[in-house]
Design a protein around this ligand. Structure first.
Ligand code: CTP
Ligand code: MG
Length: 224
């Protein structure tokens, strides 16, 4: 099977607030994007890699792609994550399976990519990594009044890479009728089954300065 991985790195990183787009922020001596591409390079299959980056950083994205993967495409992203994924999808060529990955999940192990590919290949449908939720979750009204406690047992905190058969993913993007924050929602909207597979704590998303600090700690030589 031919696998393509779209690494979306075109966000601005407002919540991190580092002054440069998040994927280009330095983490233990490398950019966040470079860390993510190292994970992709460790996959057991050799996928076609598409990096979606901010227009003004496309040359940088191409350079790191060349250095870490040796081949692949870089394309400018859009205003939303969804638009950025759509830009990447245009370049996946004849891939059978497409994985969509947030560059911001810089420490994601290569084995998680492999698990997602293997599940999609075995089932023919979408697979996304998820972890049980450890906090008790409340549904609240504006102002904070508690409406209900959500049963934690039926919740999953989902991550990326999210993997799908290429054709239905393309169709789901063409038919997209609303803004979503992950690709599995568009697949579900289009009526396609998607299953959650076991995620990995290392696939956490670097969103805030706190997350960046946690990633730095995890990458310190003595700690891993
Ligand atoms: N992303 C993208 N294009 C966008 C928005 C997001 O490619 N227009 C990517 C980000 O680069 C990131 C992933 O989608 O790898 C997840 O998004 P998020 O963590 O929200 O990153 P940002 O949008 O950059 O951060 P913020 O929301 O804090 O601005
Ligand atoms: Mg965002």
């Amino acid at each position: 099977v031919k696998v393509a991985v779209i690494v979306v790195a075109a966000g601005s990183g407002t919540r991190l607030g580092a002054g440069v787009p998040k994927a280009f922020v330095q983490l233990a001596g490398r950019s966040i994007l470079e860390h993510s591409l190292h994970s992709v390079a460790g996959m057991s299959s050799q996928p076609h890699v598409v990096v979606v980056a901010p227009e003004e950083l496309l040359d940088d994205a191409r350079a790191v792609l060349e250095r870490v993967i040796g081949a692949g495409d870089a394309v400018a992203g859009g205003v939303t994550r969804q638009a950025s994924v759509a830009a990447g999808l245009a370049l996946v060529g004849d891939a059978d399976i497409v994985l969509v990955h947030d560059a911001a999940r810089a420490l994601t192990p290569a084995a998680l990519f492999d698990r997602v590919v293997d599940t999609v290949a075995a089932t023919g449908s979408g697979a996304i990594p998820g972890l049980p939720v450890s906090d008790t979750i409340k549904r609240t009204a504006e102002g904070g009044a508690i409406i209900a406690t959500v049963d934690r047992a039926e919740l999953s905190a989902v991550q990326t890479p999210q993997g799908f058969p290429a054709a239905p993913l393309r169709a789901a993007y063409e038919a997209a009728a609303r803004d979503v924050t992950d690709d599995a929602q568009l697949m579900a909207d289009a009526g396609h089954p998607v299953a959650v597979v076991e995620g990995d704590p290392l696939a956490f998303k670097i969103t805030t300065a706190w997350d960046l600090r946690r990633a730095e700690e995890l990458l310190r030589p003595a700690s891993v």
